[in-house]
Design a protein around this ligand. Structure first.
Ligand code: ADP
Length: 311
């Protein structure tokens, strides 16, 4: 199932939360939707899932218009909303059964009826690792287990598409790894869009990244490409010399635009955009009889790329 977002804008009163956003997510892709808080991620997800209408533009899910086929589309989409609202007084099994029942009454997939809802609930509990917690009230669960209940409710009707709004927010590092692995596994046969403001999350799970800032898409590329493109655009070289070097002499090297001194023998050199300055540095060193102990391209993290694109 594909998602086609075409020229979507959303106004909340005078505030423009989304401004002419377009992108496509193809069947089977796992796409990270990232941006700082307030960028418009949740708003976009609510529009795709048909929970709120857009001000302008069209969203097509599997070639169906979300405004005209909202019910049909919701049956095919699993949605984990921001802050994962749950009924805290309900028991885990009771809650999942209720959600399953809603889908069944709405005319969910035929297979569900034949199999029986109890069996499906047990399958989901098993799938998300809730076996030890299944007889507890949701209010008594830790944040990580509540998030698993949220995932189970998003999956109970066996949707083809999953829309997950900040699935790991508020979890501890072990829980984060657990949920990430689980999502990566689901991504093998479902189309997934997940929002986050954590870059490592995208690196760990997603094939593609859409970066949004102030309601506009600022980048849309395969995860690896986003990193390497920006690496090359802003190259930094880490240098170590055998002898003491003056920063001013390094500024003379062709292509070097910035010199940062770490100590008298260590420097960071920044080159002109889209230019490899390593051979220039090497030639300068040979000409000036300087012994180079280290010359290394400094890896820029996706975190830094994100900051550069959204600052
Ligand atoms: P994100 O999920 O990226 O943090 P949101 O989509 O929640 O961003 O919000 C985008 C912008 O729209 C924010 O400035 C937010 O304050 C505003 N906003 C979100 N929901 C509402 C609402 N119901 N009413 C008014 N403004 C809202």
């Amino acid at each position: 199932m594909s998602i086609k977002v075409q020229n979507i804008s959303k106004n909340y009163g005078k505030q423009k939360a989304l401004d002419d956003v377009s992108f496509t997510i193809n069947t089977g892709e796992v796409v990270g939707f990232i941006g700082p808080n307030g960028a418009g991620k949740s708003t976009m997800m609510k529009i795709i899932t048909g929970f709120i209408p857009q001000t302008e533009g069209t969203v097509m899910v599997n070639d169906l218009n979300t405004l005209e086929h909202s019910l049909e589309i919701r049956k095919r989409i699993g949605y984990l909303p921001e802050n994962n609202p749950l009924y805290l007084d309900m028991y885990v099994k009771e809650y999942l059964k209720m959600v399953g029942e809603i889908y069944r009454r709405a005319g969910g997939q035929e297979g569900r009826k034949a199999k029986g809802l109890d069996k499906r609930v047990d399958e989901m509990i098993d799938l998300v690792g809730l076996d030890l917690e299944k007889h507890k009230k949701i209010g008594a669960l830790s944040k990580g287990f509540r998030q698993r209940v949220g995932l189970a409710q998003a999956l109970i009707h066996d949707p083809d598409v999953l829309i997950l709004d900040e699935p790991t927010s508020g979890l501890d590092p072990n829980q984060i790894v657990g949920i990430r692995d689980f999502i990566a596994e689901l991504g093998k046969d479902k189309t997934i869009m997940l929002s986050t403001h954590i870059m490592q999350e995208v690196q760990a799970i997603c094939d593609r990244v859409i970066i949004i800032n102030l309601g506009r898409v600022v980048a849309d590329d395969p995860t690896e490409k986003i990193q390497s493109q920006n690496l090359d655009a802003f190259q930094t070289i880490e240098m170590e010399f055998e002898q003491v070097i003056s920063g001013n002499s390094l500024k003379q090297i062709h292509g070097v635009v910035k010199v940062k001194k770490i100590d008298s023998k260590h420097f960071l050199l920044e080159g002109k955009p889209n230019r490899d300055i390593r051979s220039d540095i090497f030639q300068w060193a040979v000409k000036n009889k300087v012994t180079v102990l280290k010359l290394a391209k400094r890896e820029k993290s996706l975190e830094e790329v994100f900051q550069e694109l959204t600052k």
